[in-house]
Design a binder for this molecule. Sequence first.
Ligand SMILES: Cc1ncc(COP(=O)(O)O)c(C=O)c1O
Length: 395
Amino acid sequence: MSSVSMSLRHIVPENSSTTAIKAFRRVPCCVDGRKLASRNARRRAPGVRADEKRWGKVKAVTSPDCDGPMTATGRSNVPILSGSEVVERLKAFHENRSGEQNYSAMYSSIFGGITTDSAAMVIPMDDHMVHRGHGVFDTAAIMDGHLYELDQHLDRFLRSASMAKIQLPFDRSTMRSILIQTVSASKCMQGSLRYWLSPGPGDFLLSPSGCPNPAFYAIVIEGSSLPVCSGVKVITSSIPMKSQQFAVMKNVNYLPNALSKMEAEENGAFAAIWLDDEGFVAEGPNMNVAFVTADKELLMPYFNKVLSGCTAKRVLRLAEELVADGRLSGIKLRNITVEEGKTAEEMMLIGSGIVVKPVLQWDDHVIGAGEEGPVAQSLFELIMDDMKCGPPSTL
Ligand SMILES: Cc1ncc(COP(=O)(O)O)c(C=O)c1O
């Protein structure tokens, strides 16, 4: 959705010559965009014929590949709406949409405030994040009306923004305060907060140099169900993992992650596990992984090629309790081979959304005894308590 109105005049192919721009201005194009046609027959693409009807000053044209003439005259069924009509339709869309998603508040630096009206929760289409994927994001769980580990997530958010060369619209403490005020306005007690930084709206070009003001957005998503510690199956992902530079920053390019998740679902699994460029276990599409060896050591891959998970880091700290009482013999970050992973006593996925999820099967290998292991269960309980009772880092 967009709050930006635009005309064809402004859509100029990058690196176009003046002639190409003129030709582009004059013509509507076929749906697949391959055939551009013009009143100027000399510029008409091969195989494109002029239709009798006209659309404004532009003659409508068809190509053999088109279903029908691309003309507005007499056949238009797309309404041209006023701003208030758009808002009405957006309200209706939100009222009628299926699913459980409930967005209880949104902040946008574009309108400089918080809205609780989901119909108004829009961002500009010419934001560099929308059309070029140039943006970073992060989350924080809302537990009993408290934000869990906001500062840790905010630190990662700002590191990601720096790696993506996105300027900050506000200083850290202002952004932190905006996020807290957004959650407060939402009255949400259980759910999650998501927030984004981008170079902001500009001119649809590749360079963000035409985007004068970076943008900051945040949304509160209600969610009543708490994570459960039930075991799942995982597969090895066939979707290539992001390179190190992009894996360590939480940028909005989650296409590999989404395809990896879809691959898992298509194979009856919960997640697909990525291996790094050296073949070592890396991470899942939105979670880290950990293992417990036969001699009760908790293993996690180094964070230099995967996202530095806030939940995984908190789990590492809480796991010290299990070392202290002998349930674990030690904790180590190191390279982990697939063979080691598949023959581990326990395997678990760790992330904000799932907290700690035991893995019972990886591809064809049953992990350990094929049931939720004691270490995964203990870590799940420790972190859930941590979220509910509020460690010093919970707001
Ligand atoms: C690729 C990836 N790895 C790991 C994680 C886990 O990070 P966190 O525990 O901070 O949610 C995420 C979270 O979304 C992720 O996207």
